[in-house]
Design a protein around this ligand. Structure first.
Ligand SMILES: Cc1cc2nc3c(=O)[nH]c(=O)nc-3n(C[C@H](O)[C@H](O)[C@H](O)COP(=O)(O)OP(=O)(O)OC[C@H]3O[C@@H](n4cnc5c(N)ncnc54)[C@H](O)[C@@H]3O)c2cc1C
Length: 389
């Protein structure tokens, strides 16, 4: 798909392939089986908080982890739109997908694009089998929005690199196998130059993981200290000095997917279940209708970006717009659900009850518009995209 024909706020129409219909039914059957096992609990934010490696492996057996990776590397060789259908079903159901989330969405495609043949042959089949989990090691204490200012440094040694620094908010570093770390390999006047990416073994000597607890008390995040960690030469990802280009190249994949508007969708499902037991008022029905219409329109935009990715085009401005609209809706949905059916949020209520799910979604809500780039930063990207046009 030629990008030149798409204006910065143009969204290509997405037509789901014929195969998507059957795929969706297959995923729903699988989810029914998993519900019967008690593994799919319909919880919000399951791509961040639903950690279940055994579920991931069963998903992988169906070919639904790393499904867009080529078959020669163990993937299913399917398109981004087919992957989209699978993940929107999983997220809408609140399935526990966080163990493989980063490997599937980011690490796999990144290694495929920038990795050496040796890295592809080693990592990609393990990712697609649901047996190798990755963290993102980008942010630092004073380098979140201003990511190019990272201070973690990589010094050359006789047989590789020595990494020193501290990454912050490293999701899953206490449980995953590897992290892709952005580090400075050279001092440069232009702060975007001289950065490189490394695949770091999270069990290597010199790695120290310090928990950061969420408001809910959950341990999902960490300060990830690299205290002179040896990284072999073979674990440099891509070209030395190309780190910034590589990181920004991943953004359309990271910012436009269904996880950017479906994190709180299971709460809407829970609300509908509650309302089903009562006579719904016209006002409640209208409010549910408004939420559904907003969800539907953002889904169409998100699918448009997926269609462009499927065709090999990258729409960064549109991806930023989807994330801004989608993540704001995630928070607004929680507020609307509270006003449609006033319920005291209670984290200690019966797990899976509406009051407990509401508390869970509320306690997670500060993160929706921060993770993956804040909304202020996204609006800067959208503005620049429009100005350049
Ligand atoms: C739930 C969650 C999960 C995360 N997971 C990971 C992870 O796994 N790995 C990882 O590396 N990082 C992760 N992060 C970190 C995330 O990428 C950063 O929090 C984010 O980029 C913002 O950076 P910061 O926290 O340093 O805030 P800051 O950059 O300090 O921003 C603070 C505030 O200032 C505003 N601001 C900053 N600069 C500008 C500007 N130029 N114009 C206008 N406003 C501005 C921001 O919008 C924000 O409101 C996660 C964060 C959260 C909340």
């Amino acid at each position: 798909m030629p990008t030149a024909t798409i204006s910065p706020l143009g969204f290509p129409e997405a037509v789901l392939p014929e195969s998507a219909r059957q795929l969706r039914l297959d995923v729903r059957d699988f989810l029914d089986e998993e519900r019967a096992r008690g593994t799919v609990l319909g919880r919000p934010d399951s791509w961040l908080a639903g950690w279940d490696p055994a579920f991931t492996r069963r998903l992988a057996e169906r070919g639904w982890v790393g499904m867009a990776l080529p078959t020669e590397y163990g993937g299913a060789g399917r398109g981004f739109l087919e992957r989209y259908v699978v993940i929107e079903e999983l997220l809408a159901a609140g399935a526990p997908v966080s163990a493989h989330w980063v490997s599937d969405r980011q690490a796999g495609p990144s290694i495929l694009q920038h990795g050496t043949e040796e890295q592809r042959r080693f990592f990609l089949p393990r990712i697609a089998a649901g047996k190798c989990f990755f963290s993102i090691g980008m942010s630092e204490k004073s380098s979140g929005s201003d990511l190019a200012s990272v201070r973690t440094c990589a010094e050359r040694t006789a047989d590789g690199w020595r990494l020193t620094g501290t990454k912050m908010w490293t999701g899953g570093a206490h449980a995953n196998d590897y992290a892709i770390v952005l580090a400075r390999t050279e001092e440069a006047e232009d702060k975007h130059a001289g950065l490189s990416q490394f695949i770091v073994d999270l069990r290597a000597p010199g790695v120290r993981i310090e928990p950061i607890h969420l408001m809910s008390g959950e341990h999902r995040f960490n300060a990830f200290h690299l205290e002179g960690v040896h990284v072999p030469e073979a674990m440099l990802l891509g070209q030395q000095g190309d780190g910034w280009k590589q990181v920004t190249g991943e953004l359309a994949f990271e910012r436009s997917g269904p996880e950017r508007y479906l994190s709180t969708f299971p709460l809407l499902v829970s609300l509908l279940r509650e309302l089903d037991q009562r006579a719904m008022t016209a006002e409640q029905l209208t409010q549910v209708g408004i939420l559904t219409a907003r969800l539907h329109s953002i889904r169409q935009l998100s699918l448009g970006v997926a269609a462009a990715l499927d065709a090999g085009a990258s729409l960064d401005t549109q991806a930023a717009l989807v994330k801004d609209l989608g993540t704001r809706l995630e928070g607004a949905l929680v507020d609307s659900v509270r006003s449609i059916l006033p319920t005291p949020a209670d984290p200690h209520a019966t797990p899976g009850s509406h009051a407990e799910l509401l508390a869970f979604a509320l306690l997670h809500s500060p993160g929706y518009t921060l993770r993956g780039g804040t909304n202020e930063i996204l609006r800067g990207i959208i503005t620049r995209g429009l100005e350049q046009h």
